[in-house]
Write a protein that binds this ligand. Structure first.
Ligand code: FAD
Length: 262
C-alpha cells in the first residue's frame, strides 16, 4: 500500500505578523512547528505502515524552512519526503494550495491513500484535503475518527460530523482527513534523527509540474484574497440585566437579537 501524507508547517505561536499590502502571513523568521493535526494523520499512516507493510511519503508545500517538518516526519518513521516550493506558489489561498498539492502528488506516481490532517492551526479552513481529492478525481471522507478495516481494494472508516457518525467503505485510491485525538502521535526517534541528519529532501518547483500556466498558482491563482487585516478590538463593556429570571432571560434574548446574534 502506498500512502502520501500532506503536512504543513504553521506558526509556533499566535504572535504572527501579516503583510499589510498582500494580507498574507509573514512566515520568515517566526517560530514554526508541524501543524498539530498533521501529527495524527502521520500516526495513522505509520500504523498502517506497520500493520499492512505500507510505504509512507510526506509532502509539504511551503517556503524552504518547511523542510524541517518533512525531516521530522522521516524521524517519526516515514520513508520519503518531498517539498513543493517556488516563489510562484507564494500567497496561495485554499484553492491554489490544493491545486498545487494535487499537481505535486501527480508527479509522485501511483498511490493508494492520501491522508491529511482535519485542518490547520493557521489557515484553519479544513478545505485543502477535500479539494485535493476533487482535483485528483478521487473519493474522500473528511473528519475520519477511526479506521475500522483495511481491505485489499478499499478501507472502511468512521467519520464524525457534529452529532452524526457515518461509516463508509471507500475504494482506493482515496483521500481521508483525520480528526485529532483517536491515536496518540509518536515522538520522532532520536536514533532515526541521527541516522538521517544529513538527508536531502527533494524540492519540486514550478518548472516540474505538468500545468505550466502561472495563473493557476500562488496569488494569481487564488480566487480569494485578504482585503484588510486588523487586530480584533477588545471591548470591556458590561451590561447588567435586572429583574426576575424570566425578565433577565427576555432582556438577554432582546439584546442578542438587537445585535443580530440570534
Ligand atoms: P486546511 O484545509 O485547514 O488543512 C487541512 C489539511 O490539509 C492539513 O492538515 C494538511 O494535511 C493539508 N495541508 C494544508 N496546507 C498544506 C500545505 N501547505 N502543505 C501540505 N499540506 C497541507 N485562504 C483563503 O482561501 N482565502 C483567504 O482569504 C485566506 N486568508 C488567509 C489569511 C491568513 C492570515 C492566513 C494565515 C491564511 C489565509 N488563508 C486564506 C488560508 C491560507 O492560504 C492557507 O494557509 C492555505 O490555503 C491552506 O489552507 P489551510 O491552512 O486552511 O488548510
Amino acid at each position: 500500500m502506498k500512502i502520501i501524507v500532506c503536512i504543513k508547517q504553521v506558526p509556533g505561536s499566535s504572535e504572527v505578523q501579516i503583510d499589510p499590502i498582500t494580507g498574507v502571513l509573514v512566515r520568515d523568521g517566526i517560530n514554526t512547528k508541524m501543524n498539530p493535526y498533521d501529527l495524527y494523520a502521520l500516526e495513522v499512516a505509520l500504523r498502517l505502515k506497520e500493520q499492512h507493510n505500507a510505504t509512507v511519503k510526506t509532502i509539504s508545500m511551503g517556503p524552504p524552512p518547511a523542510i524541517s517538518v518533512l525531516k521530522e516526519s522521516l524521524w517519526m518513521g516515514c520513508d520519503d519526503a518531498l517539498l513543493i516550493s517556488d516563489r510562484k506558489f507564494g500567497g496561495a489561498d485554499v484553492v491554489a494550495t490544493a491545486y498545487t498539492l494535487s499537481q505535486g502528488i501527480k508527479r509522485l506516481g501511483e498511490f493508494d491513500l492520501i491522508i491529511c490532517g482535519k485542518q490547520t492551526t493557521d489557515g484553519d479552513t479544513a478545505q485543502v484535503g477535500p479539494e485535493i481529492a476533487e482535483y485528483l478525481h478521487i473519493p474522500h471522507v473528511a473528519y475520519v475518527e477511526k479506521i475500522l478495516e483495511v481491505k485489499e481494494k478499499s478501507v472502511i472508516v468512521r467519520a464524525i460530523m457534529d452529532q452524526d457518525i457515518e461509516t463508509s467503505e471507500i475504494a482506493f485510491p482515496c483521500l481521508l482527513t483525520i480528526e485529532k485525538g483517536f491515536v496518540t502521535p509518536r515522538l520522532p526517534s532520536y536514533k532515526r534523527g541521527r541516522q538521517l541528519k544529513d538527508v536531502l529532501i527533494p524540492v519540486l518547483t514550478f518548472k516540474d509540474v505538468d500545468d505550466q500556466d502561472e495563473n493557476h498558482y500562488g496569488l494569481k491563482g487564488s480566487p480569494t484574497q485578504v482585503e484588510r487585516m486588523f487586530a480584533p478590538l477588545k471591548k470591556t463593556e458590561h451590561v447588567f440585566l435586572k429583574g426576575s429570571s424570566k425578565e433577565q432571560a427576555n432582556a438577554l434574548y432582546d439584546l442578542l437579537k438587537t445585535r443580530k446574534l440570534v
